[in-house]
Ligand binder design. Structure first.
Ligand code: ZN
Length: 348
């Protein structure tokens, strides 16, 4: 029996060990991925750039989560992934000139307050000309004062966003509604498991997923605000007041259009432990393919979580050395304030 193809069901938790076989992917070389003389060529693969280099605090450890995101994309066999690390916003950007147009999609694992104007303009041109964009978790905290970026992400939080950023958005009775009430943007409770509910079952990213699935413990973002233009909410989660929540079905997965560009936005994925959820992984892999190409060819893995059972990858969690020390207990890791306005150093 091969270890990497075993899915253990332990106490209501599907615990998938190992690599691509566990997620239902073909382990042989993908089409267009020909090996010769020991060199693997990536002709025909989807070229993806993961951008990192800054976060709002040490709690978003991009040095650790970027390799996780890279691994998750690469093991589909569909993507050729390049990581580009940007200077932090107080550093010199004069030598930072990534060739954005080389890539079919950019994954933002990046949260900076601002960028130089010429870099902003290049990024806007890339997306409006048809480049794909994937926003992961706190990348929706970035750039509060850059209108085009906020249009691309639809909604964002923290970094002193207020009603000037746009209304709050949530889903009520299957319809996306906005709320212009004044106030801060961004909040979440303790990291607990929560159900993700599909709102658009026919969208290529969602097609074949269960209507409801249990996400591994993560921050359930609520009270995000923004222009919400050209935005379709694919999935929501109920933000339970019992866990400092808003009482609303909050957007978890979204797609947007900016010019000719497609944007996939997942608010999930605080750390390696949340990223190890097979539900996160599957939607991230499918969302990236959709943003890059407009279609989704991937199968849903057999280990996908069910409505009451989380499913996560131990080998992904093990990429965070702290989790190996037992610091992954989601309840003990609580410590975030309920609202963005609360004093202290909030984690996002
Ligand atoms: Zn976070």
């Amino acid at each position: 029996m091969k270890l990497n193809s075993i899915a253990l069901i332990l106490g209501g938790v599907i615990c998938a060990l190992g690599g691509s076989a566990a997620s239902g992917q073909n382990t042989s070389l993908p089409p267009g991925h020909a090996a010769s003389h020991g060199i693997i060529h990536d002709a025909g693969m989807i070229r993806v750039l993961i951008l990192d280099g800054q976060s709002g605090g040490a709690y978003h450890n991009w040095r650790l989560t970027t390799p996780v995101l890279k691994k998750e994309l690469e093991e589909t066999g569909l993507f050729s992934v390049t990581v580009v690390t940007a200077p932090s916003s107080d550093q010199d950007f004069s030598g930072f000139e990534p060739n954005l147009d080389h890539y079919q999609a950019i994954v933002m694992n990046y949260d900076a307050p601002d960028w130089p104007a010429d870099l902003r303009a290049r990024f806007e041109k890339y997306v409006s000309n048809g480049g794909g964009l994937i926003i992961v978790h706190a990348a929706n905290n970035a750039f509060p004062n850059w209108p085009a970026y906020n249009e691309m992400i639809g909604i964002g939080g923290w970094r002193n966003r207020t009603q000037d950023a746009g209304p709050y958005w949530h889903v009520k009775d299957g319809k996306l509604v906005s709320d212009p009430s004044p106030g801060p943007a961004g909040q979440h409770g303790a990291r607990l498991p929560f159900q993700v509910k599909t709102q658009q079952p026919e969208h290529p990213i969602m097609k074949g997923l269960p209507p409801v699935w249990m996400h591994y413990p993560d921050e359930l973002y609520g009270m995000l605000r923004g222009p919400g233009k050209n935005m379709t909410v694919l999935a929501t989660a109920y933000s339970d007041p019992k866990n400092k929540g808003t009482g609303y079905d909050e957007p978890m997965l979204m797609v947007l259009h900016y010019g000719k560009g497609r944007v996939f936005h997942t608010v999930m994925g605080h750390d390696a432990s949340a990223l190890s959820c097979v539900g996160f992984m599957t939607t991230f892999q499918r969302g990236t393919e959709w943003a890059a190409t407009g279609r989704v060819t991937q199968k849903i893995p057999a280990t996908f979580p069910t409505a009451k059972t989380v499913s996560y990858r131990v080998d992904i969690q093990e990429l965070d050395p702290d989790l190996l020390k037992g610091a992954s207990d989601p309840v003990r890791l609580e410590a975030e304030p309920a609202a963005a306005s609360k004093a202290g150093v909030p984690q996002h």
